[in-house]
Design a protein around this ligand. Structure first.
Ligand SMILES: *[C@@H]1O[C@H](CO)[C@@H](O)[C@H](O)[C@H]1NC(C)=O
Ligand SMILES: *[C@@H]1O[C@H](CO)[C@@H](O)[C@H](O)[C@H]1NC(C)=O
Ligand SMILES: *[C@@H]1O[C@H](CO)[C@@H](O)[C@H](O)[C@H]1NC(C)=O
Ligand SMILES: *[C@@H]1O[C@H](CO)[C@@H](O)[C@H](O)[C@H]1NC(C)=O
Ligand SMILES: *[C@@H]1O[C@H](CO)[C@@H](O)[C@H](O)[C@H]1NC(C)=O
Ligand SMILES: *[C@@H]1O[C@H](CO)[C@@H](O)[C@H](O)[C@H]1NC(C)=O
Ligand SMILES: *[C@@H]1O[C@H](CO)[C@@H](O)[C@H](O)[C@H]1NC(C)=O
Ligand SMILES: *[C@@H]1O[C@H](CO)[C@@H](O)[C@H](O)[C@H]1NC(C)=O
Ligand SMILES: *[C@@H]1O[C@H](CO)[C@@H](O)[C@H](O)[C@H]1NC(C)=O
Ligand SMILES: *[C@@H]1O[C@H](CO)[C@@H](O)[C@H](O)[C@H]1NC(C)=O
Length: 838
């Protein structure tokens, strides 16, 4: 019995792994069943049935025969998976369609019906290019259908990406739903032919995510790194009355072994090259490169420059349309004209080295010169800008825009010139003609303060951002925690698999409502300590005289049950001398209450911003508080078992015990991360203005570096005794960050110290260091902010980088001061590697 079972098992194993029988063609009388494959003549590609990783469904697809892991380039039945076990096969039916069907006649997929007559002899064949071709083998050999006309998520060499305008065939890429599910995902990459043809990545076919710009004879306007002929690839773009498509070819050059594919992977475009030596795919080029690749990042007439800070600027002759959002680093409202156009007296100012704006409503005419283009635009009052349609062998041809200019970005090299119509009064007067070129180059309010590392850091953050859009994939919320069970601390303990840390949980007590009510004299106003993030905090006294802080979450607070669970679970797990300790909690009907250890000295903001009480905090106390907060935060970020991002670090959330030891509190909005340290993104930005990092306030991207930003603000507040308020452009004079930065540049940063501590602070080096750290922590770009580990706790002698322009500081300085501080920031100078090709 056992033996026969074994044999059976072996047999079935054999069946699973037996080399599939292969064929070269499918004709009217043959078919491909699961287990059989079709192989191209040179053995490059293989067509057959496969199961994606993790999935249990079968799909008919095409993959590289000799490449492992399985790399699928085309899938037939994307919409209708075949349940494992169903015997489906691919046949050519009576009217010459390829049909994927099972015995019952259920159709999983079919090619478009082709016009076959009784005398034709349709034969399907897989070519070495990866094209699956259905041809009439009789007579003309006309192509009846081909897989290259219906791409999945991959472009192969020789494939046309774009339109056959005579038949209306639109060859575009649609991402897989996930790496284990080839069904059509949310993103598509498609040539838009409504105006001047250009490629768009769409989300849900409705929202543009990325635009590569009109073809300029050499490349797409938005992809200056694309070389027309770089030895490996040759790119072609055809746009005429009948066709509008892009294609790439591999330039053999004695190296015809190059294998390359171009994939739409969620919102990211990726070109891979197969490395024979390593037997691996190598990412050769990818998009988006940085935030400026995000469609319309800076709105109409805004110009995005990834090397500037902030990245959005206005074209010359324009000012931010919504200064408040602009100061919040939301440039999407764009820019407004300083002076309205007056058709007759207008002129043009060039914006040099840019990606041309959205050309969906633009019109092109290759037959005129750039000068004629200018005349044409000038003569038509609705023309807002013009540019050359080709830069191949000099600027020639004409594109004119009549809609607001959207999605312009600045390139360091390889960009094009855009001539923007401005009212005469916004044009430099003729006397300034010599300076004109300069003005144009500075047409954007960019700070040329050194090349920056955006290319790659930004790329990955951004890729993540789009991938995580609204899904919080890398954020683990404690959803499995069930608080309807009154014994949830027990449950919490059960979730705790490591006994080493679980003893902390023993201390979480479930209080009943009566006890809580009694302890706070029924939430008497007199026992109220303050209003916390999500409700009032009361002083309570438990039996035995133990003082506690009782946080009663407001019924209308935004903190939902999830957040409550989150906070309880988090704090229960986290044990550190600089974190406030949770003693227990209470759930009673709608009521949700947290009980903390009582901190006699309440919160830090009550001291540092209060003239009288701040005297109690001398320099060394303040320094100790900074160190304590840094330690607490470091623990959250890296030393606890989870990576915790606090997200609402501020003076009001730093509590002080009887000895003025700081403890971080209020984890209601904190997030736990798995060990991967991924940045995440949220639609719901919570936190406190003035402490929020630009990328978080603006884009909802949070990472440990958002906490570092808040920490930097806190440090500057503690040493200066001043509150950071001014985060709006208009209030820049009062912004602590601007002020600190100004003093730093003047070499007088010690003037920021609170008078009270300045008098007694002899250790000016420590103070200086503190201020420098504070400024480094509030850098606009998260990559330039230090990690908590390197903030204070490392070698005191370590050389620190010079801070640069902080976030939210709209005091931009002139070009000369930009130059001045760029020369001091050698530490941050990073060579930008330009990735070639596409
Ligand atoms: C297909 O099969 C039918 C009968 O089974 C036969 O008459 C016909 O010749 C075959 N056609 C081809 C192309 O082999
Ligand atoms: C062949 O398949 C196509 C596509 O599913 C269908 O329109 C056509 O009716 C089929 N022809 C026959 C003879 O079944
Ligand atoms: C089928 O043939 C008709 C008549 O010859 C033609 O008008 C039509 O465009 C053809 N359809 C396809 C899909 O080739
Ligand atoms: C091929 O086409 C010719 C005429 O176009 C016809 O006479 C012949 O029978 C066809 N052959 C097959 C196998 O269908
Ligand atoms: C996608 O767009 C359609 C309208 O075209 C809309 O109804 C739908 O809600 C959108 N889906 C998502 C996920 O945005
Ligand atoms: C458009 O370009 C394609 C490819 O070069 C060519 O085959 C086609 O004939 C052209 N059409 C017109 C109308 O020029
Ligand atoms: C999509 O991109 C990610 C990283 O950018 C990569 O790990 C993954 O393998 C890609 N998926 C495919 C199907 O290429
Ligand atoms: C437009 O400009 C011309 C010349 O600068 C001037 O004469 C005219 O009054 C202006 N018109 C308007 C409506 O401002
Ligand atoms: C100006 O341009 C618009 C948009 O291209 C066009 O509709 C209009 O006819 C043009 N007017 C003149 C006078 O050429
Ligand atoms: C193109 O024009 C339409 C209609 O005027 C407008 O709704 C749309 O926003 C314009 N698109 C761009 C990119 O300017």
């Amino acid at each position: 019995m056992a033996t026969s079972l074994l044999i059976l098992a072996l047999l079935s194993l054999h069946l699973l792994f037996s080399p599939a029988s292969t064929a070269e063609t499918i004709s009217a009388n043959s078919s491909i069943a699961d287990g059989q494959t079709l192989v191209s003549a040179g053995g490059v590609f293989e067509l057959g049935f496969f199961t994606p990783p993790i999935s249990t469904s079968r799909f008919l697809g095409i993959w590289y025969r000799d490449i492992a892991p399985l790399t699928v380039v085309w899938v037939a039945n994307r919409q209708v998976p075949i349940t494992t076990g169903i015997a489906a096969s691919l046949v050519i039916n009576g009217t010459g369609s390829l049909v994927l069907t099972d015995r019952s006649g259920r159709v999983f997929w079919s090619s478009a019906p082709s016009n076959v007559t009784g005398s034709s002899n349709p034969v399907a064949q897989l070519l070495d290019s990866g094209n699956f071709l259905l041809q009439d083998a009789n007579g003309t050999g006309a192509v009846l259908w081909q897989s290259f006309d219906y791409p999945s998520d991959t472009l192969l060499p020789g494939m046309k990406f774009g339109w056959d305008l005579t038949t209306g065939l639109d060859r575009h890429l649609t991402t897989w739903a996930s790496s284990s599910d080839p069904s059509p995902g949310d993103y598509t990459f498609e040539i838009d032919v409504r105006g001047v043809p250009e490629g768009f990545i769409w989300y849900n076919s409705t929202a543009p995510v990325y635009r590569n710009g009109p073809w300029n004879g050499l490349r797409f306007s938005g992809e200056p790194e694309m070389e027309p002929d770089n030895g490996n690839f040759r790119f072609e773009f055809v746009a005429n009355r009948t066709d509008a498509y892009y294609t790439f070819l591999l330039d053999g050059g004695g190296n015809d072994k190059v294998i390359s594919r171009f994939v739409l992977n969620q919102s990211s475009l990726q070109r891979y090259v197969w490395l024979q030596q390593q037997q691996a795919w190598s990412l050769y080029w990818s998009l988006p490169r940085d935030q400026c690749d995000r469609y319309a990042q800076c709105g109409a007439y805004g110009v995005c420059d990834a090397t500037a800070s902030p990245i959005c600027g206005c074209a010359a002759g324009f000012t931010p349309a919504s200064p408040r959002e602009w100061a919040l680093r939301d440039g999407s409202a764009g820019c407004a004209r300083t002076t309205p156009l007056n058709c007759t007296g207008d002129g043009f100012l060039p914006l040099r080295g840019v990606k041309l704006p959205d050309a969906t409503n633009a019109t092109a005419d290759a037959s005129v010169s750039l000068d004629q283009c200018r005349q044409r635009c000038l003569a038509n009052c609705s023309c807002l800008a013009y540019s050359a349609s080709s830069i191949k062998g000099g600027e020639s041809g004409c594109i004119v825009w009549t809609s607001p200019l959207i999605d312009i970005r600045q390139f360091q090299s390889g960009g094009q010139n855009l001539f923007i119509r401005l009212a005469a009064s916004d044009l430099p007067s003729s006397r300034d003609n010599s300076k004109r070129k300069n003005t144009a180059a500075l047409a954007v309010l960019l700070s040329l303060s050194g090349l920056l590392l955006f290319g790659f850091g930004g790329l990955f953050i951004w890729t993540k951002f789009f991938r995580n859009k609204g899904r919080f994939q890398s954020t683990r919320r404690l959803a499995s925690f069930d608080s309807s069970n009154p014994l949830y601390p027990v449950q919490a303990r059960n979730m705790e698999d490591e006994s080493s840390q679980s003893n902390g949980l023993m201390d979480v007590t479930l209080f009943d409502m009566a006890t809580i009510s009694l302890s706070t004299a029924n939430f008497a106003t007199s026992s109220k300590l303050g209003e916390g993030g999500f409700g009032a905090v009361y002083k309570g006294e438990l039996g035995g005289g133990q003082m506690v802080a009782v946080k009663r979450l407001s019924k209308y607070s935004t903190q939902g049950l999830d957040e409550f669970k989150n906070e309880v679970m988090l704090i229960a797990k986290l044990q550190h001398v600089n974190l406030v300790r949770l003693l227990g909690c209470c759930i009673h009907g709608e009521e949700r209450i947290l009980v903390y250890e009582y901190m006699e000295n309440k919160s830090l903001d009550m001291f540092i911003f209060d003239k009288a009480r701040s005297a109690q905090l001398n320099w060394s106390k303040r320094f100790d508080i900074i160190l304590g907060v840094a330690r607490g935060l470091l623990y959250l970020h890296q030393d606890s078992r989870f990576k915790v991002i606090h997200r609402d670090l501020k003076a009001g959330n730093i509590l002080l015990d009887g000895d003025m030891n700081p403890k971080i509190s209020d984890f209601g909005v904190a997030r736990i991360f798995g060990g991967d340290g991924a940045d995440s993104h949220t639609r719901r930005v919570v936190g406190t203005y003035g402490y929020m990092s630009p990328e978080y306030a603006m884009d909802g991207i949070f990472s440990v570096k958002s906490d570092v930003f808040s920490f930097g603000v806190l440090v500057l507040e503690i040493v200066s005794g001043r509150k950071n308020r001014g985060m709006y452009g208009s209030a820049e004079q009062t912004s602590l960050l601007s002020h600190a930065w100004k003093l730093w540049r003047e070499g007088n940063v010690l003037a920021l110290l609170d008078e009270l501590v300045a008098r007694e602070c002899r250790d000016s080096e420590a103070a200086l260091r503190c201020l420098q750290v504070g400024l480094l922590c509030v850098q606009e770009r998260s990559e330039e902010r230090p990690h908590m580990a390197t903030v204070f706790l490392s070698n005191q002698r370590a050389v620190m980088p010079q801070p640069r322009h902080p976030g939210y500081c709209s005091d931009r300085g002139s070009a000369s001061t930009d130059g001045e501080y760029s020369s001091t920031s050698t530490v941050n100078d990073i060579t930008v590697t330009v990735v070639e090709g596409r």
